[in-house]
Design a protein around this ligand. Sequence first.
Ligand SMILES: Nc1ncnc2c1ncn2[C@@H]1O[C@H](COP(=O)(O)OP(=O)(O)O)[C@@H](O)[C@H]1O
Ligand SMILES: [Mg+2]
Length: 277
Amino acid sequence: MRVVIHGLTKEYVTGKWKIRALGGVSLEVRDREFFGVIGPTGCGKTTLLNIVAGLQTPTHGSVEFVGEKRTRAMVSMVFQDAALMPWRTVDRNVPLGPEFRGDPKPVYHRITQFFLEMVRLLDFGSAHPDELSGGMKQKVALARALANDPEVILMDEPFANLDAQTRLLLREELLRIWERDKKTVLLVTHNIEEAVMLCDRIAVMSAAPGVIKNVIAVDVRRPRTLKSMSDPDFVRCLEKIWDLLRYEVDKAMRENHPSADPNRQETQPRKTFFDWW
Ligand SMILES: Nc1ncnc2c1ncn2[C@@H]1O[C@H](COP(=O)(O)OP(=O)(O)O)[C@@H](O)[C@H]1O
Ligand SMILES: [Mg+2]
């Protein structure tokens, strides 16, 4: 399934501020491609992904899924915080998609076992989310996304809240799983290393209002492991992306303060001292 994103813009109006989060994003994710979008914090990555998922509507632009539908679900999303249902055990969190679609219990039970084994959490089926570490929760969220058997998986900084070692391990785990059954993946992240490690191509986004500055092909051999990070092609790609991003990160930091942000336009004229007087 291809994802064709055309001219997406998004403006948020909150109180007296109008915030331009997306400034016209166009890109195309190919069938079974692992595609990354990288950009500084606040550039509109989550907004972009939510629009693709259908959770938010754009101000302008369109998202189209092109291709023959092979499975019953169009998209699954993996959020930054695992977003599990705390009252459900792990083996009742994983099969949410099949269960809500009305699959019979033996079927979704089998699916659950299959994907829990895939993320190596078979022994934790009867645990509740609050009994798990952050990394384990994200693995459950990944198993849940896979169990839904979607055409496209959307990932919003899935490993950003984890410690560095867990993050490395989960990247490897994700690669191992993706190599087995290549789905179309759209991942957004602010982590360059993560993007290069996982993706076939990476779009570099500007600071808000986000637009795509460049799309870079990652010519690092697959299958990739932690060792790929010392591959000269890996390092070259990392440097190339950093060169493109550096200015944007700097800009995002400088404009962190609302009053310094040119994208925030006041919806009402600001009252001056004399208006109050
Ligand atoms: N619901 C919302 N209401 C108002 N402003 C929002 C909302 N969601 C995001 N924004 C603003 O839009 C911009 C982009 O946010 P977001 O998409 O979360 O960026 P990212 O995920 O890249 O950090 C930010 O300036 C953020 O403050
Ligand atoms: Mg975000």
